[in-house]
Design a protein around this ligand. Structure first.
Ligand code: PLP
Length: 356
């Protein structure tokens, strides 16, 4: 697989050689003291990533597992979903599949939700929602929601309502201030801006989310938020995790700390800006009209009448895998996943390949 094209899909993303090398390690037992030290190390380093002084853990599930756990732990009856595309819609579908009463507000694809619309939905509710679910970065459309304003609206309009955030393609790629913004749950899979293979999900929980989960029946075993603090205090994962990936996550958290979060976010913005400048120059229109809401981690661009299959094929022939448009945008657009450990030079090499 050494001639695999470089991944520029919006996840899973390219994984650096050092991290791949770590994952080729001889396996160790997940109940060994060495592994427990690694679990402790990860749990000590994770809070900084979320900018929280509360709790942060990981579990051996794709992000969809956390979307479901969020509902099963933190909503006994009613929840409001704020959706801007396919992943927001999926979360609502999960709530319904869990037997919860799920309301939603939403916008046309390519647009972001407004704090005013959210405020009205909260005020219209016959009783406060237990939680509001927000997709920070909607990967299907490349929209970054104005999360600080949305969270502030929940906090002021419905102070008892929990704020649950899908940070799957925002965490480690753009700012997320868990404590400052008053969030109660945020989660991300390792295969996005954390630039690791899929398999683990990292998540932050507020004290009040943990307290709430203890009151919700039927929340399951593997992802029981009420049990998480004690389990991780003992560095005991409830089941067998992907051991090599935990070692790689530990190393990646050190690498991210060494780069510095702010510098990492600036690098993501620079990759986005390079992509958008190129798109403008070559007549590929960004599908997100409001420049302030264009994602730092994924850009959705219109084919502008060109053959999408050919664009993707050209990129592949030059050694890059490009993302196709998502869902109803599949045939008319493509997506560049400029996240993780990529840099502007590599983004420019990809764009030059498409240009050819
Ligand atoms: C915003 C968002 N939420 C959730 C998911 C689901 O992640 P997973 O496939 O790890 O379950 C994705 C995957 O692309 C995503 O982009």
């Amino acid at each position: 697989v050494s001639d695999q094209p470089i991944l520029f899909v919006p996840g899973p993303v390219e994984v650096d050689e050092e991290l791949r090398h770590i994952m080729a390690m001889p396996l160790v037992g997940h109940r060994s003291s060495g592994f427990k030290d690694r679990v402790r190390a990860v749990c000590t380093k994770l809070p900084a990533l979320f900018r929280t002084a509360q709790h942060a853990f990981f579990e051996n599930v794709p992000a969809t597992g956390l979307m479901e756990a969020a509902i099963r732990n933190l909503v006994s009856r009613r929840v409001l979903h704020v959706t801007a595309g396919a992943f927001g819609d999926r979360w609502k579908q999960i709530s319904t599949a869990c037997g919860r009463e799920a309301d939603s507000i939403g916008v046309a694809w390519g647009e972001a939700n407004s704090a005013d619309a959210l405020k009205q939905a909260l005020q219209r509710a016959r009783e406060p929602y237990e939680a509001v679910c927000i997709t920070h970065n909607e990967t299907s459309t490349g929209v970054l929601e104005a999360l600080p304003a949305l969270a502030r609206t929940v906090r002021t309009t419905a102070p008892g309502t929990l704020i649950l955030v899908d940070a799957v393609t925002s965490l480690a790629g753009t700012d997320l201030r868990f404590d400052e913004w008053g969030l109660d749950l945020a989660f991300a899979g390792t295969q996005k801006a954390l630039a690791l293979p899929p398999g683990l999900c990292v998540f932050a929980l507020s004290e009040r989310a943990i307290a709430k989960s203890a009151t919700v029946p039927g929340r399951g075993f593997l992802l029981d938020f009420a049990a998480s603090p004690e389990r991780f205090e003992k560095a005991e994962t409830p089941a067998t995790p992907c051991v090599p990936l935990v070692y790689a996550l530990d190393r990646q958290l050190d690498r991210i700390a060494a780069e510095g979060l702010d510098r990492r976010f600036a690098r993501h913005l620079a990759m986005r800006d390079a992509t958008l400048a190129w798109a403008e120059e070559h007549g590929f229109a960004p599908l997100v009209k409001d420049p302030a809401r264009r994602s730092p981690t994924v850009s959705a661009l219109s084919n502008s009448g060109r053959d999408g299959d050919q664009l993707v094929a050209k990129a592949k022939a030059a050694g890059f895998t490009l993302g196709r448009g998502y869902g109803k945008w599949k045939n008319d657009s493509f997506r560049v996943g400029h996240m993780g450990d990529h840099d502007v030079a590599r983004v420019k090499a990809l764009l030059a390949a498409i240009e050819s």
